[in-house]
Design a binder for this molecule. Structure first.
Ligand code: URA
Length: 248
């Protein structure tokens, strides 16, 4: 996303803001000629640049300046959405260090997952260091639809679909939760759209109608789907077009 008319910044501050380490480390990278701006090596860490639209290169890695980082990850199965995973590798290990190291904003450092997916769930996951964006995307008030492709253990009946649309009670939570849309697309394959994200919501909703989730894939958030060329485990920056597709 475009930065809002930021003032020129010293190159070491630009690198620092993008997660390339402490200011001292960033100054060292520049002074040791590891950094190029617009294809030219810059060795003066105090040289000023307009950050907006700037592309720089650190040790061969091209990096666009982003005031906030917004990325999407095609989450593979067998990964945990936690910085400190208990059993499986963390999704954060799939991201480059600068995204994990962006300087602390509020209480957290680096990008954070916008809502979590279970270890065995695959598909579209957004990450950012913009707390307001996380709040907007996660709040049920904003009704951002999330589409899940569900593989079930037992055949899906019309009655199950009706119940999921009408609302089911989860455990001891008295307020029923409803699917915003629900369609059986095969005997054991359901397309379910939710606008909230309670803990294990899809699995608990399917259990509440007497079925069981065998496979779960998130294919869409708002109008954004997983790019066809983004393999499981890969990430990419969100473009302005992608961000517009996510607008509630
Ligand atoms: N609902 C679930 O049960 N699991 C997920 O990972 C996402 C939604």
């Amino acid at each position: 996303m475009k930065a809002k008319s930021l003032k020129p910044m010293r190159l070491e501050d630009i690198l620092f803001s993008q997660g390339f380490g402490t200011r001292r480390v960033c100054a060292g990278l520049i002074q040791q000629a590891y950094v190029k701006v617009n294809g030219e090596t810059v060795t003066d860490s105090g040289e000023f640049f307009e950050p907006e639209g700037l592309h720089f290169d650190v040790q061969g890695t091209d990096w666009p300046f982003q005031e906030h980082a917004y990325v999407l990850l095609n989450k593979p199965a067998g990964t945990e959405c936690s910085q400190k995973p208990s059993t499986w590798p963390s999704i954060y290990s799939l991201l480059p260090a600068p995204l994990r190291q962006r300087p602390q904003k509020a209480a957290v450092q680096g990008v954070q997952a916008v809502g979590r997916l279970d270890q065995d769930t695959t598909g579209l996951l957004l990450l950012t260091d913009d707390g307001q964006f996380i709040h907007k995307m996660s709040s049920p008030k904003h009704h951002v639809p999330k589409v899940y492709e569900v593989t079930t253990k037992h055949p899906i009946t019309a009655e199950m679909v009706d119940k999921l649309l009408a609302g089911v009670v989860l455990d001891d939570d008295p307020k029923p939760v409803k699917a915003a849309a629900c369609e059986a697309v095969g005997e054991l394959h359901l397309k379910l759209t939710l606008t909230e994200g309670k803990y294990h919501q899809v699995k608990r909703m399917l259990a509440a109608v007497g079925n069981r989730v065998e496979g779960l894939h998130r294919s869409q958030i708002g109008g954004l789907t997983i790019p066809a060329d983004l393999a499981p485990g890969q990430w990419r920056w969100l473009t302005d077009v992608d961000l517009a597709l996510l607008k509630p």
